[in-house]
Design a protein around this ligand. Sequence first.
Ligand SMILES: [Zn+2]
Ligand SMILES: [Zn+2]
Length: 323
Amino acid sequence: MPKITENQVLLKMMKIGICGSDIHVFHGKHPFVTYPLTQGHEVSAEVAAVGSNVKKFRVGQKVTVRPQIVCGECYPCTHGSYNLCEKLKVIGFQATGTASRYFAAEQENVIALPDEMSFDEGALIEPLAVAVHAIKKARDITGKKVVVLGAGPIGNLVAQTAKGMGAEKVMITDIADWRLKKARECGIDICINTAENNLGDAILANFGPDKADVIYDCAGTNTSMGQAIKYARKGSTIILIAVFAGPATVDLATLNDHELDLGTSMMYLEEDYLDAVKLAQAKKVSLLPLISKNFPFTEYQKAYEFIEESKEKCMKVLIDVQR
Ligand SMILES: [Zn+2]
Ligand SMILES: [Zn+2]
């Protein structure tokens, strides 16, 4: 049982979501992090105790954790972009993760969840906050036509968030029908398999000659970024969210000639978490269809193996920490 300081909250961990970066660590392929390490950064929990300075939270309350430890002193930190802290440590990567029955969190990292939200949904607020941050990077999404390349968990949530925050039309693409079916289940109307359909034709057919205002690359391959640049309207915006495996080979001449705005999005701020909670609470996004399976805490490795075996037929796997 961890001891808490006066500014910490003791959390009884309930659910932990597993994401692609966790699996990279598992295989020794993460660029910055290796075992031994305690993982776990997509979480829901119940407050078990609070330090003497903690007024915002009460015992028994449902919460999640924003897994960023920042210095508070560098340029990004002092200019409102602490997600880009020069000394950023992410809980579950460069700092001890939450994969334990109890976890001591600094109160500034704890985010309240509504009582009616399930712990399963609560564990998906972290990836939803990734999507919220990415949508805000395109400035005001209201009334925009949006294409999301890649229908994995992040692509799915970006598409749902675009719609939830007021986009006029949202198209999502993938080469796996199963993922597109999931997107449809989550309310995305235009789901295109780009192994069978030309993306440029699909954009024209669904959005008309003005094409898309914003294209999100949630696949992170030369193919996806190449398509984004090729089929974007002149002067439109492309935002990269996925992590490229290495240096990219893409058509920068066209990017420049068409004056495309290429932006990026990395993690989130506290306000993105708060907006993510609001979106989920207002049912503007649906999180439960994304959960493929729960595993008990003692079968952590089996959960990783399950994800490996069921690659294209699996969205989010959760660890049920108290089971
Ligand atoms: Zn993650
Ligand atoms: Zn900093």
